[in-house]
Write a protein that binds this ligand. Structure first.
Ligand code: GLU
Length: 503
């Protein structure tokens, strides 16, 4: 039997989760569910200097809002916890020491100042300083010092780090599910720091140790981690551990121009790049998809297609479809262009699927906030406007006239619609409306169109001024639907106001 699939989403709680991080979480979730596996959330908070209060909660709230919950993680133990690296601190030291013992790592004592000097010197010669096979014996570490000298440094409690000893003259053959085979010359690697004298591991060590201990089978993460792949594979080799499979997801690119999608793009283009709203330390509020009125289904669908498709023209996928259809092999290598307009298209699609009564309830709240008191049938209003809206809040913009009689008439349209004969026509309409008690749109349609036909006048001569009288502009759904919803008293009053206006 093959091993149970276990994947992890391993964010660092350094601020709000960017939409790219959310996509990584989504792809991990989809892959896990497709293979009846586990989706683990691990909080990588070893770098305390970058820790941001509230970021972990934000990550969890975001996953919950999108309905992509983790099976294991903080507060949800699945036998592999704790799931915050700060709570696993005690674990990492012995692994760092194991690498020293096996000759795969060494102690290095170079101070920050000394390293900066080396960097500057190299820069002055147009070179880059890399701590590796090439110069490690000229630097201050347990490979260049005698064991007595090294011990003396420990006795004086000098600061040290533990560095990985990258191999020399080796071609590394790496595999990535999305990118295929990758070859790396080991001489280009630097001896990365794995452990610091403050007792904390660096990302690389903690990440590998935890993936191993948590029995992660597939590492699915952003392309920005591809340069770390060689080191990670070497670490597995040094520990003699089974290497998980890797999949590096394409970058998410700016909607226009070149480069990665950034916070600035969102600000400039007025679209959120965070799932939920986030208040920064200085009080600025970064907008979120949730607060901007997007449905989680729309965000999930949009993100799923940002780097993946089924190979057909299908664009609409709910979570259930995605779990069935998602496949890492179909994830693209090239960066995925972010398209805020497409997100609105998905939003429109999923909003249409909501029940009118659900939308009516939300719209009622908006009306309440605006102090609108109404006896109109909100559900019917919603059903008439729904097709035209992307967000629930658009209902007001699209249908204010249902609740507030027009105070003026669109100038351009008035010129076209209001003619000398208009008052007379409108008076006739009022008469017809007064005479009928059946205010269904169908009956109104029959009565008024019947009258127009009998008078042998053009439809536009009646319908245009009538719409202006009721709505104030040439917009809105079918006219008799509007009359029907407004009801006898209100409709007649609006038409009479227009007649007075024309007098
Ligand atoms: N903590 C890393 C991050 O913030 C995790 C990278 C990985 O998945 O290995 O993205």
């Amino acid at each position: 039997m093959s091993k149970k699939v276990r994947v992890r989403f391993a964010p660092s709680p350094t601020g709000p989760l960017h939409i790219g991080g959310v996509r990584t979480a989504l792809y991990n979730y989809l892959f896990a569910k497709k293979h009846a596996g586990d989706f683990v959330l691990r909080i990588e908070d070893t770098d305390q200097s970058r820790y941001v209060e509230g970021a972990e909660k934000y990550i969890i709230d975001s996953l919950n809002w999108l309905s992509i919950p983790f099976d294991e993680g903080p507060g949800k133990d699945g036998g592999f916890g704790p799931y915050r690296q700060s709570e696993r601190k005690h674990l990492y030291k012995e692994y760092a020491e194991e690498l020293i013992a096996s000759g795969n790592a060494y102690y290095a004592f170079d101070t920050t100042e000394e390293l900066n000097e080396h960097r500057k010197y190299h820069e002055s010669k147009g070179k880059t300083f890399i701590y590796n096979w090439h110069n490690r014996l000229k630097l201050i570490n347990s490979l260049s010092l005698t064991s007595e000298e090294t011990q003396a440094k420990f006795d004086r409690s000098e600061n040290f780090v533990i560095r990985f000893k990258s191999p020399q003259d080796e071609t590394l053959h790496l595999k990535d599910i999305i990118r295929g085979d990758i070859e790396i010359d080991s001489n280009t690697l630097d001896d990365k720091v794995l452990f610091k004298s403050d007792g904390m591991p660096t990302y690389h060590l903690a990440n590998i140790v935890d993936d191993h201990l948590m029995e992660i089978t597939h590492v699915i993460r952003g392309e920005e981690w591809l340069p770390s792949l060689a080191l990670h594979v070497l670490l597995y080799r040094a520990f003699n551990w089974e290497v998980p499979q890797f999949a590096h997801l394409p970058l998410i690119m700016k909607p226009v121009g070149k480069g990665k999608l950034s916070k600035r793009d969102g600000e400039d283009g007025h679209f959120p790049i965070f799932p939920l709203e986030w208040k920064t330390e200085n009080g600025t509020v970064l907008s979120g998809y949730r607060e901007d009125g997007y449905l989680p289904e729309a965000v999930v669908n949009m993100l799923a297609l940002l780097g993946w498709n089924l190979g057909t023209n299908q664009e609409i996928f709910n979570l259930k479809d995605l779990v069935e259809d998602f496949d890492l092999e179909r994830v693209h290598k090239a960066g995925a262009k972010f398209d805020p307009e497409k997100t609105k298209w998905f939003q429109h699609h999923y909003l249409q699927k909501l029940n009118d009564s659900v939308l009516a309830e939300q719209f009622s709240k908006i009306l309440n906030k605006k102090g609108v008191n109404t006896t109109l049938d909100i559900t019917t209003v919603v059903s008439l406007l729904k097709e035209r809206i992307v967000f629930v809040t658009d209902l007001w913009e699209q249908g204010e006239y249902f609740f507030v009689a027009p105070e003026s008439y669109d100038e351009k349209a008035s010129k076209k619609a209001f003619k000398t004969e208009t008052p007379e026509i409108l008076k006739n309409i009022v008469k017809l409306l007064k005479e009928t008690d059946d205010f269904s749109s169908k009956s109104l349609d029959t009565i008024i169109k019947g009258w127009i036909a009998s008078q042998e006048i053009g439809f536009g001569k009646v319908m245009m001024p009538l719409r202006l009288a009721l709505v104030g502009e040439m917009k809105g759904p079918e006219l008799f639907e509007i009359v029907s919803v407004l009801g006898k008293t209100e409709a007649i009053s609006r038409i009479e106001t227009a007649i007075e206006f024309l007098a």
